[in-house]
Design a binder for this molecule. Structure first.
Ligand code: NA7
Length: 561
């Protein structure tokens, strides 16, 4: 293949069967599966290497909150047997090594263009092709375009006056420098106390001269209980992988937890406390499955929330600081639950100060630091742990145009719309992996990625053997799916928090609960039934849609944690 002057393979003007956007876990898995169909594929990746979210989120303390034995691919038996995890919850460097291992093992890099951002993609109805414009100036075409862009990949800076005026170095947790950062003896300010802030703060505090944490909303956080991987535990998982992976696929959240069949109020208070204590002490998100109604009953939820509040009061020595760190005005779990290692304990350190922005709001970023109503805080370095334009941010950063030039940005102006969380109507041959309308961020995302990859690959295989070239989702089916996604969310407590699930962290973003909360297992069954019935709600090559009966079965598909 010819090399462009930059050393990149020259791909301008080439046509592929499939263009895949993103070389995180979704893009890697999709590429591998597409090859098995004998189709040509090219992956475009903005980063200089594979790994997606684990490539960019290199902040100190970055760690997965799904157990390592479950946060890995199941599609290849040899792969899952040969890889060894060193900790119960793997840290970012190890997960990135795993992504690299997958890329090497399946020789995936030869079909990936790195440091290449997709700027635009437009559907050409006459040619039945997507035209994909790249940041390198090259243009390629592809019959199918698969968005493996990730849900938490568009880092979000806050809207604060003076942003950019700070004279020292500043970092966003979601775009951390590859070479790492030393905070040794420095005065550091961290803005944001979501999962990223909560993981980073204890590690930065241990290194920095002084750390000031700016908190707008206190968060519920549970001890991760991270530990070195026990060889026996790993071996027991590996011996049972076939069955356990299958079990995980059919759970509510794509991971095996100790799910309870009891409601929180069906037991006496002492028993309830025992249950919470046992799960708190064991660590991990199992706490959220202590009872089966924590996601749907405010009263039940409050018992768990209050237990966590008590722990905060026990851990944090200064009652004023403990009070400020205590979440009160939204249900536990309605914002994504955080797992930490020594987060609340960090506020007992002499070199850590908490600034409660509800009492003392930020007025501006200044050349020397952060000005709040009451003080000027002077820093050597600033860290923005301010999250992402989640789920839709990366998709809408591209100018995606479907039939008749319809813009995805305009179509989704009031919130994301698609059929089955897989394909927006009016955008033929365009699939999204773990996009809005699917369980994605509410699940063990590797399980959801594999489910989407398999569904898409089977769909392409179905078309291949029948000589079909175009699939498009039906607007009626899309309407019904969006309504269903909404309706299921409304039966839970999730919409009661101003979360990124709701688009609430981005000013002007529509307040719509974006992921599908019906449960990973039920969703999988539903997608499989749609395919088995000849792809209900989709049309092939202008053929009439197969009648969509997806909403006839209205059993509640509630995920309770
Ligand atoms: P999150 O969970 O969106 O957290 C962002 C944090 O930044 C949160 O505490 C925000 O407060 C805070 N924030 C955002 N904008 C501002 C401004 N303008 N001023 C002060 N504070 C602000 O992002 P993470 O990266 O921590 O985690 C995202 C997901 O990645 C996580 O759930 C895991 O799935 C992995 P707020 O709560 O909005 O008041």
């Amino acid at each position: 293949m010819m090399q462009a002057p930059s050393g990149r393979p020259e791909i301008d003007g080439r046509q592929f069967d499939v263009a895949i956007v993103g070389a995180g876990f979704a893009g890697l898995c999709m590429l591998h599966r597409i090859r098995a169909l004998g189709l040509s594929a090219r992956v475009f990746e903005a980063g200089a290497d594979v790994g997606g979210t684990w490539y960019w989120n290199r902040y100190p303390g970055a760690r997965c909150d799904v157990e390592s034995m479950q946060y890995s691919f199941s599609f290849d038996e040899a792969l899952q047997q040969e890889w060894s995890w060193s900790e119960r919850f793997a840290a970012q460097p190890e997960i990135l090594r795993y992504a690299n291992h997958v890329a090497d093992r399946f020789d995936l890099r030869r079909d990936i263009s790195f440091e290449t951002r997709v700027e635009a993609a437009a559907w050409d109805d006459e040619r039945g092709l997507w035209t994909v414009e790249l940041s390198t100036g090259a243009t390629v075409s592809a019959r199918f375009c698969i968005m493996a862009t990730g849900c938490l990949s568009a880092a979000k800076m806050p809207e604060i006056p003076g942003l950019g005026s700070f004279a020292g170095p500043s970092y966003h947790t979601g775009a951390w420098p590859k070479e790492g950062v030393s905070f040794s003896a420095l005065r550091v300010g961290v803005i944001g106390t979501g999962s990223s802030g909560i993981q980073a703060i204890p590690v930065i505090a241990a290194e920095a001269g002084h750390l000031t944490v700016f908190q707008r909303t206190p968060n519920y956080s549970l001890p991760a209980g991270n530990a070195p991987m026990s060889p026996d535990y790993a071996a027991s998982w590996k011996a049972a992988y076939a069955a356990r992976r299958q079990e995980a696929r059919m759970t509510k959240s794509g991971a095996i937890y100790d799910f309870s069949e009891r409601g929180a109020l069906s037991v006496e208070e002492a028993e309830r406390r025992r249950e919470y204590e046992a799960r708190w002490n064991k660590g991990g998100a199992n706490f959220m499955h202590a009872f089966n109604d924590l996601a749907v009953s405010q009263e039940a939820n409050e018992t768990a929330a209050e237990f966590v509040r008590e722990q905060i009061r026990k851990i944090v020595v200064d009652p004023g600081v403990a009070d400020a760190l205590t979440p009160r005005d939204y249900p536990i779990g309605a914002k994504r639950i955080c797992l930490d290692t020594g987060y609340f304990e960090t506020f007992n350190r002499d070199n850590v100060t908490l600034v409660d922005l509800r009492a003392d709001p930020i007025e501006a970023i200044t050349p020397t630091g952060v000005r709040t109503t009451s003080a000027d805080h002077v820093f050597d370095a600033l860290v923005f742990a301010t999250g992402f334009d989640a789920m839709t941010g990366a998709l809408l950063a591209m100018d995606v145009r479907g039939r008749d030039g319809e813009s995805l940005r305009e179509k989704w102006a009031a919130g994301p719309r698609n059929h089955l969380g897989l394909m927006p109507a009016g955008f033929p041959n365009l699939f999204t992996i773990t996009g809005p309308g699917s369980p994605s961020v509410l699940s063990n995302v590797l399980v959801s990625i594999e489910q989407h990859v398999e569904w898409i690959a089977e769909c392409l295989g179905f078309m291949q053997v029948r000589g079909l070239s175009v699939i498009a989702s039906d607007r009626d089916a899309e309407d019904r799916w969006v309504e269903h996604v909404n309706e299921v969310a409304q039966r839970t407590l999730y919409p009661r928090a101003a979360s990124w699930y709701m688009g609430a962290n981005v000013p002007g973003k529509p307040r719509v609960f974006m992921p599908y909360i019906g449960g990973v297992g039920r969703y999988r069954e539903h997608c499989a039934a749609v395919a088995a019935a000849g792809y209900e709600g989709f049309r092939f090559d202008g053929a009439p849609a197969v009648a969509d009966r997806s909403q006839d079965d209205d059993r509640p598909m509630l995920r309770t944690g």
